[in-house]
Design a protein around this ligand. Structure first.
Ligand code: ADP
Ligand code: MG
Length: 571
């Protein structure tokens, strides 16, 4: 039942200085002048996870032009923008009674460089709703009433005013946010129409500030992207107008060039081209096909019943590679497994960097073929399978290969990076390939259809011996699924820890579709459909603000890395 905010005020005055447990009395919904405050869950003690609170503002009162949030894509960009505004207002201490530090007790998920569907700000029932956490203040274990009053009656109203009232917001910046997302999405549709797998706009800024800072590099000597003339394509975008840049065609593309000349940076930008980026990121118009999957070696990972036989066969002691399982994969078997798992869920572009690949998985040169006969080498290197993956499954590849010209034989396009500037060397590479034939033999036999897998529900237990399942994210790269940690350190296309949280929930949610006969791609497809139709909230039993949108590929990657997982193969 909705109460007036005066009730909250008198409740806080009543419980002031009492034991912390008395805070439970303020749980409920309160009507403020311009918003509704919903205190959903009150923390049991000052050191527990902070309390969950929602703030709802009627869209009519907020005064935003409807064209900025109408439709799914715009709604996502609109909410993403407001989540950023809220985060800034909260961390800059809007409404704070001066003199205190920035680490206020009001928290909202901090968005990164990607425009994502987020549960921190959503539109529901014609209201825009922010989901925040509030650390309810205490002196020791006693309620600090005056500070609680300041939070609810000064700080939150000020943040709401800064975030959700159209007159206070830069509507041009908001519109740009929406337009940039819509253009990027449109560009991705155009890729398919034009037989491309990636597009990198001229003028794009690809390098990032550091390995742990995804913001664009600044300062000298920064080289904006410039397409080689022969690969340049132009598109008309709904908002930006004409954009020119490098179009990479389906098939096999190599990125070559000297060390430190920007090869991996280009590949990383393409990897992240599955996301829409915020204005000013530098990669707003760098996009890749929605089925692009980064593949890397990941020794030590768990593999469960994966058919890796296209790449690995004749293992010592006759181990089966059509249904290969291990709790401790090698570099090459892990890379083979990751490729087959990605194909299983429909990847249409594999992205591979020599920096993070197993050398013996990528190439076996002539001399090694002489010394170690094929029947004594279990590995069919990627160079001998890449073509088949494309002709048979339509799966393209973009490879950073600085060290092996043997790859010229299979490449459709060869891009050479020199001082961060790409050059189209396809013709020259083809000439070299003809003039000096590689002496290595092609090692691949015919490729049989690989088998799909059915995940078995019993193997997903996140309950830790209690009645409710316990799943949480620890940063970007770890999910704690019950008592089992899931290591996502090698899942490089995860961009935001809120995605990791959502994927953890997604693993639990997915079990409802595991009936012993649905394959993994079918299960993932059903989960993604539900999210698309009903929003990320379907994943959680109560409204939570700490989730962000993710692809089926990353959900599959997490399931594949759950060490308890059991899968049955089907033909
Ligand atoms: P490679 O993979 O060819 O060895 P990297 O892509 O790792 O090279 O890039 C080497 C360094 O150059 C990195 O520190 C990166 O940030 C920087 N860099 C990459 N592209 C650019 C660019 N366009 N302008 C300026 N610096 C860049
Ligand atoms: Mg590199």
């Amino acid at each position: 039942m909705m109460q007036d905010s005066k009730e909250l005020e008198s409740a806080i005055r009543r419980i002031d200085n009492r034991g912390y447990k008395a805070y439970q009395e303020i749980q409920g919904e309160y009507r403020f002048e311009s918003f509704t405050l919903s205190i959903d869950h009150v923390q049991p003690d000052p050191f527990a996870a902070p309390s969950r609170v929602r703030v709802k503002v009627p869209l009519s009162a907020a005064g935003f032009p409807a064209e900025l949030f109408r439709g799914r894509g715009r709604g996502i960009a609109f909410c993403d923008y407001l989540a950023r505004r809220f985060h800034i207002a909260a961390s800059e201490g809007a409404g704070e009674g001066g003199g205190r530090g920035k680490s206020g007790p009001i928290g909202i998920e901090r968005p990164g460089q990607e425009i994502l569907e987020r549960t921190s700000v959503v539109i529901r029932d014609r209201q825009v709703e922010a989901r925040i956490v509030v650390g309810l203040p205490a002196y020791g274990r006693r309620i600090a009433g005056a500070q609680a009053l300041e939070i609810f009656f000064s700080r939150i109203p000020a943040i709401v005013e800064h975030t959700f009232r159209a007159p206070r917001i830069d509507l041009d910046a908001l519109a740009l946010h929406v337009q940039v997302k819509e253009d990027a999405d449109h560009l991705r549709d155009l890729l398919e129409e034009h037989g491309l797998v990636a597009f990198v706009a001229n003028g794009a800024i690809l390098p990032r500030r550091s390995g742990v800072d995804e913001r664009p590099m600044t300062g000298e000597p920064l080289v904006p992207f410039r397409s080689p003339p022969s690969l340049e394509v132009r598109f008309d975008l709904p908002h930006l107008g004409t954009v020119a840049g490098m179009g990479l065609k389906k098939g096999i593309t190599l990125i070559v060039g000297g060390g430190f000349h920007g090869k991996s940076t280009l590949l990383s930008a393409i990897e992240q081209g599955i996301y829409d980026h915020v204005p000013g990121d530098g990669r707003e118009y760098v996009v890749s096909t929605r089925g692009a999957v980064k593949i890397r070696a990941e020794d030590g990972r768990n593999v469960q019943n994966v058919d890796i036989s296209p790449f690995i066969s004749n293992l010592p002691f006759g181990r089966d590679t059509k249904a290969f399982s291990t709790a401790d994969a090698s570099g090459s078997t892990s890379q083979a497994a990751s490729i087959m798992e990605s194909l299983e869920v429909g990847a249409d572009l594999l992205l591979i960097d020599e920096d993070t690949s197993a050398t013996n998985f990528m190439i076996r040169d002539h001399r090694m073929q002489e010394l170690v006969a094929k029947d004594r080498e279990p590995i069919t290197p990627f160079i001998d399978r890449a073509r088949t993956l494309f002709t048979r499954y339509g799966t393209s590849a973009i490879l950073v290969v600085g060290g092996s010209g043997d790859y010229f034989d299979i490449a459709d396009t060869v891009i050479c990076m020199h001082e961060y500037v790409p050059d189209d060397c396809s013709a020259r590479a083809r000439d070299i390939s003809c003039a000096s034939a590689s002496r290595r033999n092609r090692e691949a036999g015919p490729m049989e259809d690989f088998r799909r897998r059915v995940p078995l529900r019993e193997s997903f237990d996140a309950r830790k011996g209690r009645s409710e399942e316990k799943v949480s994210a620890r940063g970007l790269h770890t999910i704690l699924f019950g008592v089992t940690p899931v290591d996502l350190g090698a899942v490089e296309q995860l961009a935001d820890s809120a995605q990791t949280t959502a994927i953890g929930r997604g693993m639990v949610y997915a079990t409802r579709y595991m009936d012993g006969s649905r394959s993994l791609p079918e299960v993932i497809g059903l989960v993604c459909n539900d999210i698309r139709d009903r929003g990320l909230d379907v994943l959680a039993p109560y409204p939570r603000g700490d989730m962000a949108g993710f692809r089926g590929f990353e959900l599959a990657a997490a399931i594949n890395r759950l060490r308890t997982v059991a899968m049955r193969q089907v033909l």
